[in-house]
Design a protein around this ligand. Structure first.
Ligand code: GRF
Length: 208
């Protein structure tokens, strides 16, 4: 055998819905030399994201809110030796024990320019309706570290898109979603690369 295969960082995606961001991430990292999407987890049986994972050959499974709160999510992440977690439309609050273990290795994407239009109740269409009602000239995306409070972790990256006064909430949602697909995978790639470089031997240590 020639040399040693480098270890790829193992990324998990948590999603509750359609999973178009998850799909953009899986497509981006297919055959990637440094990052592997190793698991898609969802709290919703029948969520669109599960089918997308299957199409990409990524293992996927579901868990209930209660099981998650009783430690199942952390167990899954540990058993699957997950290094990084990307939330992509995951609607449950991540348990404190998971936040603790993955501090600095878990990010969320929010479909607005935080700190505006964030916090409890500000998810999915509610965000875009509020942006529309306020007559904002632009919206965008925010990638931020996950903490125990909704949408409050430090901001890692933002990108903006101009809105037309005629745009309705659906059109705003579409514009922002396109931006999310364009940026989230490469933001993750950059974060994970920076992390891997800081490891003592330059190799991800799965599950630590
Ligand atoms: C995205 O707009 C994301 O920012 C938000 O939920 C939506 C998920 O969409 N957190 P999808 O399931 O990735 O299509």
């Amino acid at each position: 055998m020639e040399g040693k295969e480098p270890t790829r960082a193992r990324l998990a995606i948590l999603a509750s819905g359609s999973g178009s961001n998850a799909e953009a991430i899986m497509a981006h990292f297919a055959d990637h030399p440094a990052v592997e999407v190793a698991w898609v987890g969802s709290n919703r049986k029948g969520a669109g994201v599960l089918e997308r994972a299957e199409r990409h050959g990524v293992p996927a499974s579901t868990f209930s809110r209660q099981a998650m709160q009783e430690g199942e999510l952390l167990r899954e992440l540990a058993e699957r030796r997950i290094d990084w977690v990307a939330l992509a439309g995951f609607l449950l609050q991540v348990p404190a024990e998971v936040v603790d273990v993955y501090t600095g290795r878990m990010v969320n994407i929010h479909p607005a320019l935080l700190p505006a239009y964030g916090g409890p109740g500000m998810y999915g269409h509610h965000v875009h309706e509020a942006v529309k009602a306020a007559g904002e000239p632009r919206s965008g995306l925010t990638v931020h570290w996950v903490t125990e409070q909704y949408d409050e972790g430090a901001i890692v990256f933002q990108a903006e898109v101009d809105l037309d006064p005629a745009d309705d909430a659906d059109q705003i949602a579409q514009k922002v979603l396109q931006l999310e697909h364009a940026y989230y995978p490469s933001v993750l790639e950059g974060l994970i690369a920076g992390w891997a470089e800081r490891l003592p031997d330059g190799q991800p240590k799965s599950g630590t």
